[in-house]
Design a protein around this ligand. Structure first.
Ligand SMILES: O=C(CO)[C@@H](O)[C@H](O)[C@H](O)[C@H](O)COP(=O)(O)O
Ligand SMILES: [Zn+2]
Length: 198
């Protein structure tokens, strides 16, 4: 792999992040508001996604249950991507499409939030989880790309759609991680105000 190729990955990623900042600032702000309201009311956040997005769900849950940059009480967030017994039983006995929606039905309550990650917006199991969440009066915050796909079409004004303006999965995932850190920071700011983060 030549040096130029590496440079172009960095350049494309940096350029997208600058471009996406303008497009995504408003929905990110809305998502923070939605999450903070839910957490303040004693509700929780469930997160689902496949592959790299599954890792993002776990990353997000770890920062809420543990901490982000400031010391605070644990906040209730659960990645639906981690229990291999549930994932294999539901995948084997029903279908892979149901692995997240069954968990939303089991754990989700009205007022909770589903953080749904899909770079294509078209993963069937994430879509099924979105449908299950909406049926239970949960609100959905969707992190997508590539125009938002079917998941984007399912959302209403009550939900938040953070759709990265790019078509390349890796680049979209890189922005999703940045969005996740903005959400964690926004929650800390809502709790404590804007002090410096050193
Ligand atoms: O991390 C990557 C690619 O960068 C992969 O693991 C990727 O997440 C998987 O192919 C996913 O299944 C893609 O699903 P989605 O983002 O379209 O919902
Ligand atoms: Zn990846």
């Amino acid at each position: 792999m030549n040096n130029q190729r590496i440079l172009s990955h960095f350049q494309e990623s940096a350029e997208l992040k600058i471009k996406a900042a303008t497009a995504l600032a408003q929905p990110i702000e809305q998502a923070v508001e939605l999450m903070f309201t839910a957490l303040s009311n004693g509700n929780k956040i469930l997160a689902c996604g496949n592959g790299g997005s599954a890792a993002d769900c776990q990353h997000f849950a770890a920062e809420l249950v543990g901490r982000f940059e400031r010391e605070r009480l644990p906040l209730p967030a659960l990645a639906l991507t981690t229990d291999t017994s549930i994932l294999t039983a539901v995948g084997n006995d029903y279908s892979y499409q149901d692995v997240f929606s069954k968990q939303v039905q089991a754990f989700g309550q009205a007022g909770d939030i589903l953080l749904a990650l899909s770079t294509s917006g078209n993963s069937a199991n994430v879509l099924a989880a979105v449908d299950a969440a909406l049926e239970r009066d949960m609100r959905v915050i969707a992190l997508t790309g590539k125009g938002g796909g079917t998941i984007g079409e399912r959302l209403s004004e009550a939900d938040v759609h953070i759709c990265v303006p790019h078509t390349r999965t890796a680049r979209i995932q890189e922005v999703h991680l940045l969005v996740i850190h903005c959400l964690c920071d926004g929650i800390d700011v809502a709790l404590f105000g804007e002090e410096s983060n050193d």
